[in-house]
Design a protein around this ligand. Structure first.
Ligand SMILES: *Cc1c(COP(=O)(O)O)cnc(C)c1O
Length: 433
């Protein structure tokens, strides 16, 4: 702060960056995971699923141990381990009997797999808009997207903050809809003293490499509903060859997949689950440092947390106000990156803008409606578009072990860039004209 001369030249313009050291992200895979994996290797049984109706239909000892531990940890009756959250979301959509022409309402501001399960089953994704503070589904927009063909709602606890579950569940009850909660980013997040992932009819977690806890690739499907749990287990393991022996004639229409988790992944996940509390608390502490450092800067709005929510900060999403700073967001982000701070503009392009929703639509939508419903064009969800294209700045610099010095470097870099607002604003205008 207050430096003048060469150190105050923007790194973007050839000056020295504020931060040259990399940020030290924690390594969470340790001896516990190594030992657990070795035990599996020594046993020789790397996966114990068998696709016949019998004791091994639901997998081996580690898979079952993971499911038991997860059920206890999150206070939910049934847990089904699968090989990714994507598989879990597909299984959840399949378990709800979504079929050709059924509409499912989903947020567009999420990883694509939150919505593609609908398409896999011949359903039609209908996108509702998000709230501009938590970036989760806006219940009012969900209400407006309901038609006579709506069958379910898929909500996402985005960046680790719970969606508006009471309102969404109330709308679902009113219209007889099911709710899938994609909690891939929100293990250990809480909503009014309940665990995220357990708030709808079916919840899905992810254990991929980038999530708070991981086993390389993996996922979990959770539900308190006996029937839905059974359907998910069938879909996980080749339903069609099981239903006859099992006597589930009413489920003869289910198509199974191989969504089975290996014993190796399960063994790692069991150890990772033991570390979840510590890693979550570390993220929350890191977010507190960042918020304290950034909250005095008028153009930066740190993440909002509802009074009844526990945010677990899979990402730290800042709303940036270019009107106040005088620097367009993307120019600001470029300058901040040059200072050694890894940030990105927005999150993902609202998913209805992806090529799949345009080039492929007539192939997967059984009866595309002539009135263009549902819309997938620009302007469909204005808030999601504004957040992605103009206001949101994202960083994953929000992990256990982030130090006060780290947070200070981030704040110092932000202040340095903003001190050069005139210069950067001028650059931007020149580029545009
Ligand atoms: C990561 C993620 C997924 C997919 O998880 P995988 O385990 O990689 O399949 C789905 N939804 C959201 C919101 C995610 O962040």
């Amino acid at each position: 702060m207050g430096l003048v001369g060469v150190t105050d030249v923007l790194a973007l313009h050839g000056g020295p960056p504020v931060r040259t050291r990399p940020f030290a992200r924690p390594r969470t895979i340790g001896n516990e995971e190594k030992r657990a994996v070795l035990e599996v290797l020594e046993s020789g049984a790397l996966s114990q699923f068998v696709a016949t109706w019998g004791p091994e239909f639901n997998g081996g000892p580690r898979v079952r141990e993971l499911e038991r531990a997860w059920a206890e940890r999150f206070g939910v009756k049934h847990v089904t381990a699968v090989n990714s959250a994507t598989s879990g979301l597909y299984a959840a959509v399949g378990a709800l009997d979504v079929g050709p022409g059924d509409e499912v309402i989903v947020t567009p501001f999420t990883m694509s797999a939150s919505a593609t399960g609908i398409i896999v089953y011949g359903g039609v994704p209908v996108f509702a808009d998000i709230l501009s503070d938590t970036f989760c589904l806006d219940p009012e927009s969900v209400r407006q997207a309901i038609t006579a063909r709506t069958k379910a709602i898929i909500v996402v606890d985005l960046f680790g903050h719970p969606a508006e579950m009471d309102e969404i569940n109330a709308i679902a009850r009113e219209h007889g809809l099911a709710v899938i909660e994609d909690a891939a980013q929100a293990p250990d997040a809480r909503y009014r003293d309940r665990s995220c992932g357990t708030l709808g009819d079916i919840g899905v977690f992810s254990l991929n490499q980038h999530k708070t806890i991981q086993c390389g690739e993996g996922g979990l499907v959770v539900t308190n509903d006996d029937d839905l749990a059974e359907r998910v287990r069938l879909i996980r393991n080749h339903a069609e060859v099981i239903v006859k022996d099992k006597g589930d004639h009413h489920l003869a229409h289910l198509v199974g997949f191989n969504y089975r988790m290996t014993e190796i992944e399960a063994a790692i996940a069991v150890e990772q689950l033991r570390k979840l509390s510590r890693l979550t608390e570390g993220r929350i502490a890191a977010a507190a440092l960042l918020t304290r450092r950034l909250s005095g800067i008028p153009s930066m709005h740190p993440p909002v947390v509802r009074p009844y929510a526990r945010h677990v900060y899979y990402m730290y999403a800042i709303r940036y106000d270019a009107e106040i700073s005088g620097v367009p967001r993307d120019v600001f982000v470029k300058a901040l990156k040059a200072e050694g701070i890894p940030v990105t503009s927005g999150y993902v392009e609202p998913i209805y803008l992806q090529p799949l929703y345009h080039a492929g639509r007539s192939r997967w939508q059984t009866a595309p409606r002539s009135d263009g419903w549902p819309p997938y064009g620009r302007g469909t969800c204005p808030v999601a578009e504004r957040m992605h294209f103009a206001e949101l700045i994202n960083t994953d610099l929000c992990f256990a072990g982030l130090t006060e010095d780290d947070a200070d470097d981030i704040g110092t870099a932000v202040e340095k860039v903003l001190r050069h607002a005139d210069e950067l604003g001028r650059d931007a205008r020149t580029v545009r004209s």
